[in-house]
Design a protein around this ligand. Structure first.
Ligand code: MOS
Length: 734
């Protein structure tokens, strides 16, 4: 086992040498042909013979009690195999990663809470029979409107502490220039295209689930606990996952209920949540109210920065949107206060959605910086430059790597920022008002325990095995690139096996730590293989040159397969956080630029251009990394302009729980999007030197759009999303 926790910087020489020429290269997706030909099996595809279909019946009230459930008519429906109610293993809602689920209860604390499962020969029969289940309830008054609840600051949930340094209030009072504004963001749905789904079956006492999940090891623990099984009796298969958005970091009720039904009936059972049920049974990002107060001098040097937020959660959950997470290392300022208060609601749980914290936090902070710049008569980039910290302004720790200033500069140049008119509402093309805005992007970087096995086969191929998932992010491809570069093999000589909980435990896909953590485990395993190959070549590892399956050293060379000598060489790599992770402040950075056109008559907003320049450490695959960033940036368009989960505060029901009424930005909304990287290997982050990629894309993207809308119109909307009704009254005369 080559176990290297990040107690010191680490940098495999073979990656820097780049002899095979794979690292960073934008090669096509390893599994791409399977996906485009429809042959990559997702969670409910290619189910075993005789698999039954199940549908979850959800509570039709938001708060109260189930008095009776009459299943007779449902059971009598031809094709219905079984109706399950009041089962002890019945989960009432999904959990964030490793959070325990609740057991069956007749107490309803959110709309759509599972109360029965119909298992039938077909999906249509199951859904039809669900309508025949007659339920009576006793309702109680629900806490459905977060705005009406009293926020608690000292709440003890969530992973992010409140932070108070110095005396923010006094410093703001004493400041030459004061800023104080509040911003609100609505509940935000994860929007993975593959349904949250599971096929479950039992082999003897062992449970096998094919599920759409991001983190297999955590999920195995949750499933085993919920079903009262030994973890060794649970196997999860998730070779292909059609997006996660954080919604699949934990285990959903569909996984547990499919397993329960399969055990009760003795046949495989599959459940795929319909989109409308996803809103109730999968966590969403909580709504936020964010107050930003800044005190600075007339030149914009910040003395005090306060980011005080409120977000909501249901009573039994441990997660709290870490709203101020991205604000902590962002700007200078001696006096600092970052708090996120909690309101308790009777709504489906809030949870980790892609870029928890930064996605919403940068929204408010980056709009506030834009407003403050105007108040000071400063260019928004100049204000940020003047407050760029040299070390982490909250912890005082050195940054591992931070190219924020370079991102501003490069982005401004590429975008043509110097052409922007800082006076809003001045730039017209016919009835369109044109505006330009920018924002900083930041996403914290984590390295998470991750293991991988790499085996060099007798044929000279490499096999990578880890329980890591690829949720559309490019994991298969980048792991193949790392191993190929380390061992001097083309990608065609590498087999990547992922998404099986029986394989070495990885970080899983979450928190943008997947590529850096699991890629490092692969690199470390390969270093052990290199050491063995060097022994067999009677050379030192650093003397080896490996390319296209041939190992050379000291003027001799040998096909790698010959060196294997018939007996596969297997190695195990492991990485994880360590002292250097704790001693340094680590994040990815970037600058986002947007050009928008706002119709002066209708208020319609079209985003015309987005340019992002990002500092993500070593880029492992330029194409898949860019794909992640561009996706996040486009997501930011929807976040700024259309995504809004609306709660009916009378019933606690989301009124727009589908893609028809809840609009995620699509191709038609996306203009020309450019993403550029400024690469600097971060050897304090992890052995492959790659920092967080996936979640950085949305960070700041919405704020850049919002700031551009302001620049176009002179109307500042602080209540997101920026829909045209909020603009119309303030638009300048046509
Ligand atoms: Mo993420 S919100 O850790 O997928």
């Amino acid at each position: 086992m080559n176990d290297h926790a990040m107690d010191a910087p680490y940098r495999p020489a073979a990656l820097d040498k780049g002899t095979q020429g794979l690292i960073g290269k934008g090669i096509d997706r390893y599994e791409g042909p399977l996906k485009v030909s429809g042959t990559a099996p997702y969670a409910v595809e290619g189910a075993p013979e005789g698999t039954l279909y199940a549908h979850i019946v959800g509570a039709a009230i938001g708060a109260g009690k189930v008095l009776s459930i009459d299943t007779k008519a449902a059971e009598a429906t031809p094709g219905v195999i079984k109706v399950i109610v009041e089962h002890p293993d019945f989960p009432s809602s999904g959990g964030s990663s490793r959070e325990p689920m609740s057991d069956w209860t007749d107490q309803i604390d959110h709309f759509g809470q599972p109360i029965a499962v119909i298992v039938a020969e077909s999906l249509e029969i199951a859904r039809d029979a669900a309508l025949a289940v007659a339920v009576t309830y006793e309702t109680r008054e629900g806490r459905f409107d977060p705005a009406e609840q009293t926020p608690v600051v000292d709440h003890k949930i969530g992973f992010l502490p409140n932070i108070v340094i110095g005396d923010v209030d006094a410093a703001i009072d004493a400041a030459e220039v004061r800023f104080d504004q509040s911003y609100t963001t609505p509940p935000h749905f994860p929007a993975a295209l593959e349904p949250h789904a599971t096929t479950a079956w039992w082999e003897g006492g062992d449970l096998i689930v094919r599920a759409s999940l991001q983190v297999l090891n955590g999920a195995r623990e949750t499933i085993a606990t919920q079903l009262g099984l030994d973890q060794a009796r649970v196997r999860i298969l998730a070779p292909y996952v059609g997006g996660g958005f954080g919604g699949k970091t934990g285990v959903g009720p569909e996984t547990i209920l499919a397993a329960v039904a399969a055990r009760e009936i003795g046949r495989p059972v599959k459940i795929a949540l319909p989109r409308r049920q996803t809103a109730a049974l999968v966590h969403h990002r909580g709504d936020t109210v964010q107050r930003i107060r800044i005190g600075c001098d007339a030149d914009g040097h910040i003395a005090a920065f306060a980011h005080d937020s409120v977000t909501s959660q249901k009573p039994d959950k441990g997660f709290l949107e870490p709203v101020h997470f991205g604000t902590i290392p962002l700007y200078a300022g001696k006096h600092r206060r970052f708090t996120t208060a909690l309101t308790i609601v009777d709504l489906p749980s809030s949870g980790a959605v892609r870029a928890p914290g930064e996605a919403v936090g940068t929204f408010a902070v980056e709009c506030a910086m834009d407003e403050l710049a105007e108040q000071l008569g400063l260019d928004p980039i100049e204000l940020r430059r003047r407050n760029e910290p040299e070390t982490d302004p909250t912890s005082g720790k050195p940054f591992s790597t931070r190219l924020m200033l370079q991102c501003y500069e490069e982005g401004a140049r590429r975008f043509g920022w110097d052409q922007r008119n800082p006076v809003p509402g001045q730039n017209r093309e016919g009835e369109w008002l044109i505006g330009h805005g920018m924002a900083a992007a930041l996403r914290g970087n984590f390295t998470v325990n991750s293991e991988a096995r790499v085996t060099l086969t007798a044929e000279g191929r490499a096999v990578i095995e880890t329980d890591m998932t690829d949720i559309g992010t490019g994991t298969y491809t980048v792991l193949a690139q790392v191993a190929g570069e380390m061992l001097g093999l083309p990608v065609s000589a590498i087999d990547v096996r992922l998404g099986d909980s029986d394989l070495p435990v990885s970080a899983g896909s979450g928190g943008s730590f997947g590529a850096g953590s699991s890629g490092s485990a692969v690199a470390l395993a390969c270093e052990d293989i290199l050491a063995e190959l060097a022994r067999r070549m009677n050379a030192a590892p650093e003397e080896l040159t490996l390319k296209d399956g041939v190992v050379s050293a000291g003027g001799r060379s040998s096909p790698i397969a010959d060196l294997v000598r018939g007996k596969p060489i297997a190695a195990h790599g492991k990485t994880g956080p360590g002292q250097v992770s704790r001693r340094t402040s680590q994040a990815s950075h970037g600058a986002q630029f947007a050009e928008v056109a706002v119709n002066a008559v209708t208020g319609e907003i079209r985003v015309r251009r987005l340019i992002g320049v990002f500092d993500v450490g070593r880029v492992l695959n330029e194409k898949t990394a860019r794909n992640q960033m561009v996706g996040g940036m486009i997501w930011g368009i929807g976040y700024a302009l259309s995504e809004e989960a609306v709660v009916d505060t009378r019933t606690g029901q989301f009124v727009n729980p589908d893609f028809g009424e809840y609009h995620v930005a699509v191709h038609a909304d996306a203009p020309a999007v450019e993403c550029h990287f400024i690469e600097q290997v971060d050897d304090q982050a992890n052995p492959v030197g790659a920092k967080a990629v996936g979640e950085l894309g949305i960070s700041g993207a919405g704020a850049a759009v919002a700031n551009a809308v302001y620049n176009a119109t002179g109307v500042r909307v602080r209540d997101f999303p920026i829909t045209l009704d909020k603009l119309l009254a303030g638009l300048p005369p046509v």
